[in-house]
Design a protein around this ligand. Structure first.
Ligand code: CA
Length: 219
């Protein structure tokens, strides 16, 4: 398996590359978050440290998830609850806190890989809700066959809901995925985007607000 390792600490990276090699994995090691976004396409799994020198690992994960379903195991010294929850919410398949036992890390990598192989694609590339069609890769939306122009943020919000169509999605989840954090100011901006989105789609019954929790697209 080809593993992309994002780790700025030479000592940690060296040990990991060696043990992964001993277990049949080829590792490409990068030290910066932006390199993850450059090299992820040629990898089968990403091992992601969060304390990277340029872009925070959680932000790397958020940007990666907008374009890729790559398996991600977070490997970090950051063990506080908020970070773990955000890591998983942003789409990490597993979250390990350093120091980690190497045999456990290998077992976790295998488990994640097994799950991913057994899965249908995590995100269907086109989601249909009523007569609304959302092409996630092309970032296009059609209502009754006619393309609707959305801003980048409006599309991002819609995409978060579309990936879980028919399910209630919490405000925090949308804020985390689209903005990276649930700041108060951004929270209000989410409502503005939703109002716009509803107006542009012209299908208010398909985009429901669940009071005190969040939103749902579709029945
Ligand atoms: Ca680090």
């Amino acid at each position: 398996m080809e593993i992309l390792l994002a780790e700025d600490d030479d000592g940690v990276a060296g040990a990991l590359v060696e043990v992964l090699y001993d277990h049949g994995h080829v590792t490409r090691r990068v030290t910066r978050g932006r390199d993850v976004l450059t090299y992820h396409r040629s990898s089968d799994l990403l091992l992601l440290d969060l304390g990277l020198p340029d872009v925070d690992g959680l932000e790397v994960l958020r940007r990666l998830r907008a374009v890729s379903d790559l398996s991600v195991v977070v490997l970090t010294a950051r063990g506080d609850e908020r970070s773990v929850v955000r890591g998983l919410r942003l789409g990490a398949d597993d979250y390990l806190v350093k120091p980690v036992r190497l045999t456990e890390l290998l077992a976790r990598i295998e488990a994640v890989t097994r799950r991913t192989a057994a899965q249908v694609p995590r995100a269907a590339r086109t989601v249909r809700v009523g007569d609304v069609e959302i092409a996630l890769d092309a970032r296009q939306v059609r209502v009754d066959g006619t393309e609707v122009e959305l801003t980048a943020k409006e599309f991002d919000v819609l995409a978060v809901l579309a990936r879980r169509a028919g399910t209630a999605v919490s405000r925090e989840q949308v804020l985390d995925e689209v903005w990276g954090d649930a700041y108060h100011a951004v929270s209000r901006s989410l409502d503005v985007h939703l109002t716009q989105l509803r107006a542009k789609l012209g299908r208010p019954e398909l985009l429901t607000t669940i009071r005190g929790f969040g939103f749902r697209l579709g029945a």
